[in-house]
Ligand binder design. Structure first.
Ligand code: NAI
Length: 390
């Protein structure tokens, strides 16, 4: 249980790039990083508009000398200080992730980066190599994966309660962009422009979330080949897709499917992961994250509730209030940030024993998401043909 006791004897000096006052995702980064006293916000380059970013930083209570005009100025300025930042979070549009991550690692910082980590697997590999060389980590904010019942599912699957895993159905299909809302919405505008998002829209923006949740629940599965068909129902978005289907074959004979969409009218998030085995199935839905459906063939459905004594120790480890009280996305993100801090501290101390079995979405999880999108785009561009996963 998490009850406010600090997991570390220090708070990491922390900065942000992006996540400014008008951003969608900046606040949940700040709220989650600071929830458990593991990070203290000391500096930032919060906005693409330097003056607006500085004003926002001051309004957050950051020392005005540490509100910088750009990420380059942030890393250089902080390197010159004895109390300079040790870690930075990157919450900017996708086209900037690679260069800012690389600069941060080269400046000797640990990194938390938004998904998708970058555009190509070559770039992601460069970042992974830099992490190894510089003894730093990148945590990737696959925020939903911090929900406790995903780890309950992982434990139940590992215990064999589902039998042999046969099918994984995944979806993240909302309806918010069924029209060209990007014409008046800056946060959507860059999401449908290849200059900012690279080769895909919903595959990278949405599907990488349930993909990582499924990888967390069933870590031993590895994709052998896949096929993808993608559409631009709002024509001005072409060549980027606002809807896609992906079929996957895993190397143990299991199969999987992904439906990702921004034009699923009426749907809020529609993010579900259903794992089907030879005896039973488990299903998790991000709109009801405190419940996990456990369906044994021939028996009534069981609803497993978050925070209850019957859960596995791992699923209870990050319980903050007990069962019945709903926890949400902010708690899931806080669980991730807590883990990022523990992993950063352990990396600084070269505590290999801790790191060996310590779960968090790391640079390899980021690389896998980028690689998956690349394979999907390759399949879609070759007429939705099956491609070997590489
Ligand atoms: P947004 O467009 O709402 O905000 C972007 C922010 O970054 C703005 O404050 C902007 O001024 C700032 N910015 C842009 N370029 C910058 C630069 N070079 N230096 C400093 N600041 C800069 O975008 P949103 O929706 O907040 O998305 C940001 C990132 O977060 C994206 O990579 C997106 O995929 C990811 N995201 C992740 C979610 C998750 O669940 N993990 C959910 C929503 C977004």
């Amino acid at each position: 249980m998490i009850n406010g006791i600090k997991p570390l004897d220090r708070s990491l000096r922390w900065g942000m790039v992006g996540g400014g006052g008008t951003s969608q995702i900046g606040y949940i980064h700040r709220s989650s990083a600071q929830r458990d006293g593991t990070f203290t916000l000391m500096a930032g380059a919060f906005d693409v508009d330097a003056e607006r970013g500085k004003a926002f930083g001051r309004a957050l209570g950051v020392d005005e000398n540490r509100c910088y005009a750009s990420y380059q100025a942030l890393f250089a300025g902080e390197a010159d200080r004895e109390d300079g930042i040790e870690a930075v979070s990157i919450a900017t549009p996708n086209n900037t992730h690679f260069e800012i991550c690389r600069a941060a690692l080269e400046a000797g910082l640990h990194v938390v980066c938004e998904k998708p980590l970058c555009f190509t697997s070559e770039e992601a590999q460069i970042l992974a190599d830099l992490c190894s060389i510089n003894h730093k980590i990148i945590g990737v904010t696959y925020g939903y994966a911090g929900h406790q019942l995903i780890h309950q599912a992982r434990a139940m699957i590992a215990e064999g309660l589902l039998g042999d895993i046969r099918i994984i159905n995944m979806s993240f299909s909302h309806g918010f962009h069924n029209d060209a809302v990007e014409l008046d919405n800056p946060s959507t505008k860059w999401r449908v422009d290849p200059k900012y998002v690279g080769p895909s829209y919903v595959l990278g923006d949405l599907a990488t979330h349930p993909l990582f949740i499924a990888e967390t629940m069933v870590p031993e599965l590895s994709i052998k080949r896949l096929m993808c068909t993608r559409q631009s129902f709002v024509k001005s978005r072409a060549p980027l897709e606002d809807n896609a289907y992906v079929l996957m074959e895993y190397d143990n004979g299991a199969v999987g499917s992904m439906w990702c969409s921004a034009v699923n009218c009426g749907s809020m998030h529609g993010q579900k992961v259903r794992v089907i085995g030879s005896k039973a199935s488990l299903e998790w839905w991000d709109e009801q994250p405190n419940q996990l459906r456990y369906e044994v063939q021939g028996e009534p459905v069981r609803i497993i509730e978050r925070g209850m004594g019957y859960l596995t120790p791992r699923a209870l480890e990050e319980d903050r209030i007990g069962g019945g009280h709903p926890e949400g996305l902010f708690e899931a993100w806080s669980n991730l940030y807590r883990r990022f801090a523990i992993a950063m501290d352990a990396t600084d101390r070269a505590d290999r024993a801790l790191l060996e079995n310590f779960w968090y979405p790391d640079v390899h999880a980021g690389l896998q998401g980028v690689r998956w999108v690349e394979n999907c785009v390759r399949s879609a561009e070759s007429g939705a043909s099956w491609v070997e996963f590489r």
